[in-house]
Design a protein around this ligand. Sequence first.
Ligand SMILES: Cc1cc2nc3c(=O)[nH]c(=O)nc-3n(C[C@H](O)[C@H](O)[C@H](O)COP(=O)(O)O)c2cc1C
Ligand code: SF4
Length: 431
Amino acid sequence: MTAMLHKNDAVFRLSLFQEFPTLMHYRGFGGYEALAKAVESNPTSIIETLAAAGLRGRGGAAFPTGLKMQMVRNNAERERYIICNADEGEPGTFKDRFIMTHIPFQLLEGMTLAAYAVGAAKGYIYIRHEYPEAQQTMHRSIAAAKAAGLLGDNILGQGFSFDVEIFSGAGSYLCGEETALLSSMEGKKGRPRLKPPYPTQNGLWGKPTLINNVETLANIPMIIGRGAEWYRTLGTLDSPGTKLISLSGDVEQRGLYEVPFGTTFNQIIEEYGGGMKNGRRVKAVNIGGASGVVVPPWELDCALEYHSCGERDITIGSGAVFVMDESRSILANVHNRVEFFLHESCGKCTPCREGLRQAGRIIHNLLSGKAVMADVDNLERYTRAMQNAAFCGLGQAAGNSLISSLRYFRSEYEAACFDYGNQYQREGITA
Ligand SMILES: Cc1cc2nc3c(=O)[nH]c(=O)nc-3n(C[C@H](O)[C@H](O)[C@H](O)COP(=O)(O)O)c2cc1C
Ligand code: SF4
């Protein structure tokens, strides 16, 4: 999959994510000016600016970034950490890899600004094992930033010190969940912890820790450099700024696009993706990755915006958009996702462990013509139980594609049952 940024005139002018692979390139276009300005002022002004800009986390949960920073800063404990979550395990998402390999210094400047804001002296970038190129680029970039006095001791001669280290993940999707990530960094099994306490109070080694996604942190230099008001000229009142969209599936131009919030999903497919391949029509779109939803074409007039999407139960998540044409089977697609979650579930809690197993069994039976109509109802019941009772975000979100596809494409599930149209005679029979 090739990653690229959309560069037609309208979008390029708005872009927060232009490619600056070297420190020289980055500084030549104003890189590190935000940090130079910030370290001469009060750290809390960074938090205030981010809050005024309305920046929300891009890792999936869309938590307000300024508020999270304030929670870390408010701690009496002086030893604080920053972790950049670069695990990027959500299938169909490839934005963080792009940032790390093409604009690594924007990420490092964002981390340094965040560190200054919350009073952290040490930061980690948790990069998934499957991204060796990103790990190498970040290693090189950290060394270059240190050599230039932009990282390490006494940054820019202002008495502020901050160091960054790379931590390589070991290939588990669950370790992208912030508390599982903390456990794995502490040398324990990469399993989630009970929340609260949240990492902002009790994070790495029990210390207050700011955990943010790569894209969230890479937004910070532009906001601090140009101000909250400028940032709010992008996107909408509800969702300021832009979002990186990993577009894949049956569109002409798959790739990575920077899209202002407020753009509709139809526009993303037509204007950024160049429309459907081979003149086919959209059957369904999976929004938000494996843990996201499956929606039909008539929902695609929805704007990419947290409020609008929330009203229609659409999860923006990490920004993966997978487009399916009429030739695709919804059941096969959902089966694929359930298999993924079955593989990634840690098995700690029953609703997720058993719920996924039952969902996998029913969908397998549907695909092999062995299911009955009652199984479809059971599938929905098990999935809802998993959503409501699972211990962590993996199990809570694993059923999103199931529930949404049952809502919009139930006829496809029912048509796969061998008692379809004849269910009353066969009542009581289970596969
Ligand atoms: C199963 C699971 C996997 C996750 N994977 C990632 C990931 O790969 N990258 C990421 O930034 N956040 C991931 N998250 C969300 C994190 O727990 C956390 O909310 C996020 O890193 C916070 O950063 P933000 O506020 O900048 O969004 C995942 C959550 C769950 C439940
Ligand atoms: S929801 Fe799934 S992944 Fe999360 S703790 Fe329970 S079994 Fe493990």
